[in-house]
Each structure stands twice: as structure tokens, then as C-alpha cells.
Design a protein around this ligand. Structure first.
Ligand code: CP
Length: 307
């Protein structure tokens, strides 16, 4: 297979295991390019890409922009906070105005779940979902699984515990779909208030005791407490959350094996993850960020082939 089964990347739910393997194999090649003195290829020389961000981002936005530039695409960046959205312009009007400037692909982050899906039914350009509210963050899941494959050789058969604020996390849902499609076992762990009611229907294990989750897994993907999405109190205080669910070195020292520590970032240091783990040899957090560029290059390159 040399083409993706879809012309958009809206979510991991919509793509196949074969699509994911193709993205990984393409990313392997781009990772080799990124390690050369000249980190640029002419693959998307005739393509213009708009990065449209209605929510804050550091890693995803910079990583997409670098990926586009490494592929020689023309790039325009839109940030809603300093745009005419502030004057009341709608999403469709905003995007159609950007597309009328001959843009071929849109990378979009939006706070509303389904916003890129809605857009995909109304515009001609390829769309990449860079995170839609609490729904999906497909390129994050791809780079996470790619990083596990790089560290442990394969994703199939591995046990991955996703720990923390599952309820508000688009990373959790995309990771569950991606890891299961690749043959991994997935557990979610957190306080009951931060686990969605119907999470078991996705075929994941559920654990409330974090030490047991760490004992079970090969990889712990620690998620950020998303206070900006929490309109009510889900736990008494950050201090209490940290006492019961914050991952620290003492917890890892109690294990009779080594586990891999991941976090999609940004980290609330001292809340869900202590610095003595985040910055330790167990952590592959900065490798995840590094791999994000190769994965996004692969996604954009492959989508350009199904225009
Ligand atoms: N992991 C992630 O999506 O980070 P940003 O919000 O900084 O893009």
C-alpha cells in the first residue's frame, strides 16, 4: 500500500492499521532526512498549507510548521486570537477566505469537538485535525505510538497505561484507538471522576490504583490535568491529586522492572508528574516531540498524494 485510505486525517478512529503502518514507514524515511546536515526535501514544493489555530499550542503548531517547511511547502499561519474572528467572522467564512488564496491543505486546532469533521464536509482542501476539543488529536497518538515502537521495537503486545485526566483528553481517545489498532493492550487509570462513564466500552482495562497501573504496564503515558476545561471540581485540590496520582521516582523505584514514561506536554510539573521522573532516563518525552516532526511530515506528504 502506498496511499492513505482517506484524504483527510480527522481522527485515528477513521483510519486503518495499514494507514498507520504506512505513516510509520514514511516517517522512518523522513526521520533519516531530519538527521542529515540539510534537513529539507522538495516533496511539497507546489503545495500551500494553512495552519489554523483557534486554541493555544506550542509543540503541535511549531512541529507542523517545521514539517511543512522541511517538505518545502508554502506556509501561512492563522491564530484566532489576533484575527477577524474577534470581529465575529464565522469558522466557514474564515476558512473559505483563507482557501480563496489558493491554499491546498488546512491543519486545524479548534476547541469544539467535530469542528474539522464539519469543515471537511464544506471545503475542498485536505484537512488535518491538530486537536478538536476533548475529542481527538490524531498526530499526537501517531507520534506517541511511533515513539513506543522506536523505544521497544514494536507496539503489538505492549501494555500501555494512560494515566490522569482521561475525561478531558483528546490525546487519550486517539491513543486508545491507535494503540489498539496496532495490537497493544490499553489501561486507563485515574480518579473515578476523571474517567468517562462509558470508557470500558472501548475495550480498555480500568484501574484506580496508580501503583497497580505502573506495575502492570510497559509504558505509562501521563496526561496533563486540564484545569482550563474543568468547570466543576473533579478532585479537592491539586495537592491532593498529586498525592494520589502524581508519578514520582519513589513509585518507579518500587517496581521490579523498568517502564517507559511518556507525556504529551505541556507538563504540570509537581502535579501529574514530578521532575525526578520527567527528566529521568525513563522518560522519552523529548523524543516524542522530536518524532512529531517526522510523523507530521509523513502525514502531510501522504495526504498530498490523495488530493
Ligand atoms: N501535545 C500538544 O498538543 O501540545 P501543544 O498543546 O503545545 O501543541
Amino acid at each position: 500500500m502506498s496511499q492513505l485510505s482517506s484524504r483527510h486525517l480527522l481522527g485515528i478512529k477513521d483510519i486503518t492499521a495499514e494507514d498507520i503502518q504506512l505513516i510509520f514507514e514514511t516517517a522512518d524515511n523522513f526521520k533519516e532526512v531530519l538527521n542529515r546536515p540539510i534537513k529539507k526535501v522538495p516533496s511539497l514544493r507546489d503545495i500551500t498549507i494553512a495552519n489554523i489555530f483557534f486554541e493555544n499550542s506550542t509543540r503541535t503548531k511549531l512541529s507542523f510548521e517545521l514539517a511543512e517547511k522541511r517538505l518545502s511547502a508554502d506556509v501561512v499561519n492563522f491564530s484566532s486570537s489576533n484575527s477577524s474572528v474577534k470581529k465575529g467572522e464565522t469558522l466557514i467564512d474564515t476558512v473559505n477566505n483563507i482557501l480563496s488564496m489558493k491554499v491546498d491543505m488546512v491543519v486545524m486546532r479548534h476547541s469544539s469537538p467535530g469542528a474539522p469533521h464539519f469543515l471537511s464536509r464544506n471545503i475542498k482542501a485536505n484537512i488535518v485535525n491538530a486537536g478538536d476539543g476533548t475529542h481527538e488529536h490524531p498526530t499526537q497518538a501517531l507520534l506517541d505510538a511511533f515513539s513506543i515502537r522506536e523505544k521497544l521495537g514494536d507496539v503489538a503486545g505492549k501494555k500501555v497505561a494512560i494515566i490522569g485526566d482521561i475525561l478531558h483528553s483528546r490525546v487519550a481517545l486517539s491513543n486508545i484507538f491507535c494503540l489498539q489498532k496496532l495490537g497493544a493492550e490499553v489501561m486507563v487509570c485515574g480518579p473515578i471522576t476523571l474517567l468517562p462513564k462509558h470508557i470500558a466500552s472501548l475495550g480498555v482495562k480500568i484501574e484506580y490504583d496508580i501503583q497497580k497501573a505502573l506495575e502492570w504496564c510497559d509504558v505509562a503515558n501521563i496526561l496533563r490535568i486540564q484545569l482550563e476545561r474543568q468547570q466543576i471540581k473533579y478532585f479537592p485540590s491539586l495537592r491532593e491529586y498529586s498525592l494520589f496520582y502524581g508519578v514520582n521516582k519513589k513509585m518507579l523505584d518500587r517496581l521490579d522492572k523498568e517502564i517507559v514514561i511518556m507525556h504529551p506536554g505541556p507538563i504540570n510539573r509537581g502535579v501529574e508528574l514530578n521532575s525526578d521522573v520527567a527528566d529521568s532516563e525513563h522518560s522519552i518525552i523529548l523524543h516524542q516531540v522530536e518524532n512529531g516532526v517526522a510523523i507530521r511530515m509523513a502525514v502531510l506528504y501522504l495526504l498530498a498524494g490523495v488530493r
